[in-house]
Design a binder for this molecule. Structure first.
Ligand SMILES: [Mg+2]
Length: 312
C-alpha cells in the first residue's frame, strides 16, 4: 500500500537525493584538505581527482544505484533488490571512475556477479573495514522504505553489507537512514536520537556517546573522517552547530562540513542526505542546482524523478 504524500514530504524526499549530491559536489574541490578560514566555499570543482565545477563524485554515483532500485520499487532487503543495487555498483565500476574508496575498490575488483558474491567479497577484506563508503550512499534507502521503519533499518544494513562488513558501518547506515526517513515524513532531525531508543544497550550507549561528542566537540576531535564514525560525527557536528532556524541551514551546514576538511565530499554528502530530508529540495541554492551533474550523465531533474518514483 502506498500512502498519499504531502507536497512537503515530496519536496523533502527529492531534497534527500539532491542535497546529498550537492554536498558531494561542493566538497569535491576540497577533498583531503582543510580550507583556509577565509576561503569562500563554492562549487569550484578540481580537487585531487580533477572534477568539473558542480560534478558529483563516487558518493552520488553509488547512491544512484540504490536510488534506481528504489525507483523500480524494489524491496532493498530482498535478493532481487540487492542484486539490482549490486549490478548498479558494477556498472559504475566498469565506467572507470576517477574516485573510488579503497574498500569498495577491493570488493568490486573481485568481480562479484550477485549481491551474495559481493557480500562475501566484502567479508574477505582484511585490515581497516570501517570506511565511510557505505554511509555516503545510504540516503536512498529511506525513500525505498518510507512506509515501514523496520524495513528501512533492515535494508540499510543489507545495502551497507554489500561492501562494508564492519559492525559500526552497518549501524551508522541504520541510524542515518532511520533519521532521514523520519525527516522526510515529519520535517525534523529528531530521528537521529529517536533511533537509539529502539536498539540494544551496547549500541545505544556507543552512539549516544558519539553524538554527544559531535555536539560538544570540534572537527579536530573527529578528524579521521574517512572512518565511518568520524564521518557521521563531522556531519552531525555541522548540522547541530549551525543556525537551524531557517532553510538556509542546509547551505550553512554543508559549507561547515567542507570547512571541517579531509574527506569533504563524503561528509557533506552524508550531511546533505539528512539536511535535504529535513529542508527539502527547495532549500538547495539555485546556483548549486544550475551546475550540479555527474555520472551517468544526470542532473538534479533526474534525481528528482528517481526520488518521486521511489516514494509515490
Ligand atoms: Mg567522493
Amino acid at each position: 500500500m502506498t500512502r498519499e504524500r504531502t507536497a512537503e514530504q515530496l519536496d523533502r524526499a527529492v531534497g534527500t537525493l539532491i542535497a546529498s549530491a550537492a554536498g558531494d559536489a561542493l566538497g569535491a574541490g576540497y577533498e583531503f584538505s582543510i580550507p583556509a578560514p577565509d576561503a569562500v566555499i563554492g562549487m569550484i570543482g578540481g580537487g585531487p581527482f580533477g572534477f568539473e565545477p558542480g560534478e558529483w563524485t563516487d558518493d552520488t554515483s553509488m547512491s544512484i544505484a540504490v536510488a534506481e532500485a528504489a525507483a523500480a520499487r524494489e524491496d532493498l532487503r530482498s535478493e532481487s533488490g540487492l542484486d539490482s543495487v549490486a549490478a548498479g555498483f558494477m556498472r559504475w565500476f566498469a565506467s572507470e571512475p576517477k574516485d573510488i574508496g579503497n574498500q569498495t575498490r577491493t570488493v568490486l575488483s573481485a568481480n562479484p556477479t550477485s549481491a551474495d558474491e559481493m557480500v562475501a567479497a566484502a567479508k574477505r577484506v582484511v585490515g581497516l573495514t570501517g570506511g565511510n563508503g557505505s554511509l555516503m550512499r545510504t540516503s536512498p534507502v529511506a525513500l525505498a522504505h518510507l512506509d515501514d521503519e523496520q524495513a528501512c533499518v533492515a535494508a540499510a544494513l543489507a545495502v551497507s553489507d554489500l561492501t562494508h562488513s564492519d559492525l559500526r558501518a552497518g549501524q551508522a547506515c541504520q541510524l542515518w537512514s532511520y533519521a532521514i526517513r523520519h525527516a522526510v515524513l515529519f520535517g525534523s532531525f529528531d530521528g537521529v536520537r529517536m533511533y537509539l531508543s529502539g536498539v540494544d544497550g551496547e549500541q545505544r550507549d556507543y552512539w549516544t556517546g558519539i553524538l554527544d561528542a559531535a555536539e560538544t566537540g570540534s572537527p579536530s576531535d573527529f578528524a579521521k573522517n574517512g572512518w565511518v564514525v568520524h564521518a557521521l560525527q563531522t556531519a552531525w557536528w555541522a548540522i547541530s552547530s549551525t543556525d537551524d532556524s531557517s532553510p538556509d541551514h542546509l547551505r550553512e551546514a554543508l559549507v561547515q562540513c567542507v570547512r571541517a576538511g579531509n574527506d569533504t565530499d563524503t561528509t557533506a554528502a552524508i550531511a546533505g542526505g539528512l539536511l535535504g530530508a529535513r529542508w527539502g529540495a527547495t532549500a538547495v541554492p539555485e546556483e548549486w542546482l544550475d551546475v550540479l551533474h555527474g555520472w551517468p550523465g544526470l542532473g538534479p531533474r533526474d534525481l528528482e524523478s528517481l526520488a518521486l518514483k521511489a516514494v509515490q
